[in-house]
Design a protein around this ligand. Structure first.
Ligand code: ZN
Ligand code: ZN
Length: 347
């Protein structure tokens, strides 16, 4: 056996190809992992569609995918702390290890980060090579389906943990997979109420299933009144922006209580105009940008969450498909009929 099935971006333009490729050899500090289950991320959909971001960043040919669980199949010659057969996931952000941020324990904002399935071959393949230091052994009590989700769950965890939410009213705008994961994480962390604003009814329904106290249609003409009613007329204390939509961002800032805290994870496709004086400065608001996961604090937090209450995320996993059906997964995501799609990579 020297070839493997892969999902590959062959060149610029829409689409992907299911093809075969040579099984890679791990470099001295890497491990070769046999992928069991992989998850489709919004990032993969950007690459599939070949939008402006993908065009500027991705250099095909490339095997895509970065969310997965598998077992270690081979070790590079310098790798001593891991073992063949170990069940693992991996942090998909591969940091340089020597810039100022990496040396300060802030690898998530590394100057020279390389991302699995974006800047180097990813995990929509029977085998993937990953630096040993990125490997995350998955706790034996965490089932494979959840173990494949550490990466997106970690984005949500990082966003929720960026400020205290305990006993606070939390507003989340955007209920894609990361916005949805943030709901049970905020509740588990002691949030008083979690209010979710999302235009899509299918996503709102899942938000309720995973523990949102209130869900609202972004286009509801009474949305401001209702959010103030839910929050003792003061507005939410914490605002997690997960949609990347400029109007959602402005709505959240407008409603946020004085002294409130904002974490921005959603990526706006273009510049957003804000009323800095009225909505931020005079209200004494703190805004943070959130990228990636803290290495590896976020991973330990996700492990604790999954061990304690993993089943709560079940409604977010809407599809489990064979690797050959990956295109169907992209179609369903594009049509807003899927949230998290998992792919069975190895039979
Ligand atoms: Zn992802
Ligand atoms: Zn670095």
């Amino acid at each position: 056996m020297s070839t493997m099935n892969v999902v590959k971006k062959q060149g610029p333009g829409r689409g992907i190809e299911i093809t075969t490729d040579a099984i890679p050899e791990p470099a001295p500090d890497e491990v070769l992992i046999k992928v069991n289950i992989a998850g489709i991320c919004g990032t993969d959909l950007h690459i599939y569609r070949w939008d402006a971001w993908a065009e500027s960043r991705v250099k095909p040919p490339l095997i895509i995918g970065h969310e997965f669980i598998g077992t270690i199949y081979a070790l590079g010659k310098n790798v001593k702390h891991l073992q063949i057969g170990q069940r693992v996931s991996a942090e998909g952000h591969i940091t340089c290890g020597h810039c100022k941020y990496c040396r300060n324990g802030q690898g998530h904002i590394c100057k020279d980060v390389k991302i699995l399935g974006v800047d180097r071959n990813g995990c929509f393949a029977e085998f993937v090579c990953v630096p040993a230091e990125n490997v995350w052994p998955v706790h034996p009590d965490i089932p494979d389906f959840y173990g494949a989700l550490f990466d997106p769950l970690g984005n949500a965890m990082h966003t929720v943990m960026a400020q205290p939410v305990s006993m606070k009213n939390v507003l989340i705008t955007g209920a894609g997979s990361i916005g949805l994961f943030a709901i049970p994480i905020a509740k588990e962390s002691g949030a008083k109420k979690v209010i979710v604003v999302e235009p899509n009814p299918f996503k709102r329904e899942i938000a309720l299933k995973v523990g949102a106290d209130h869900v609202l249609d972004f286009y509801d003409s009474d949305i401001r009144r209702k959010i103030l009613d839910y929050t003792d007329e003061l507005g939410p204390d914490v605002f997690l922006e997960m949609s990347g939509n400029g109007q959602s961002l402005r709505l959240g800032l407008e409603l946020l209580s004085n002294g409130g805290e904002v974490s921005l994870l959603g990526i706006p496709p273009r510049e957003v105009e804000l009323n800095l004086a009225e909505q931020i400065i005079f209200k004494g608001i703190t805004i943070r940008g959130i990228t990636g996961r803290r290495m590896f604090e976020t991973w330990y937090q996700c492990e604790s969450f999954l061990l304690k209450n993993g089943k709560v995320i079940d409604p977010i996993i809407t599809h489990v498909l064979d690797l050959e059906d990956v295109e169907k997964g992209f179609m369903e995501m594009e049509a807003n009929k899927a949230i998290k799609v998992l792919l069975k990579v190895s039979k």
